[in-house]
Write a protein that binds this ligand. Structure first.
Ligand code: ZN
Ligand code: ZN
Length: 143
């Protein structure tokens, strides 16, 4: 039997501790305006796993769930404010997790820039990853 591979994650204050089972489903930079405001950042790097792949070690009672749209819920730590997870009724089988809160590498590099047409004017990107956008955030953009 193959040994299960997991990566540990934590919020800033350390109250919320969790682990994530590999393999992940994807990894993407998100430039949407909700991510910018929720995280106070130019953009946010997310990865996703099947919901059953996320296990809490501590601090689950510290989680605050904010419904940021009619289908999406963003979760942060009640003590330190770290933004941790995003879930959507549109894909209830997976959970999106902020890469920056992980304490070790996951199984892939970021693959795309999503919602690139909503990016902050002062963000400069120097990589060659696909820059996608539109309604879904992952459609090809006009050159
Ligand atoms: Zn915290
Ligand atoms: Zn976003």
């Amino acid at each position: 039997m193959a040994e299960e591979s997991r990566v540990q994650g934590t919020c800033l204050c350390g109250d919320v501790r969790f682990s994530v089972r590999l393999p992940t489903l994807f990894c993407a930079h998100c430039h949407c305006t909700m991510c910018q405001r929720a995280h106070g950042a130019g953009y946010v790097t997310w990865f996703a796993v099947p919901v059953e792949g996320l296990v809490f070690g501590s601090g689950e009672d510290q989680l605050v769930r904010y419904p940021s749209s009619d289908h999406g819920t963003r979760t942060f730590c009640n003590r330190c404010g770290s933004t941790l997870f995003c879930e959507s009724k549109n894909h209830p089988e997976r959970i999106d997790i902020v890469l920056a809160n992980m304490q070790g590498p996951i199984d892939r590099e970021p693959q795309i820039h999503a919602y690139f047409d909503n990016r902050a004017a002062w963000v400069v990107i120097g990589d060659d990853l696909p820059r996608l956008g539109g309604e879904s955030g992952t459609e090809p953009l006009p050159k």
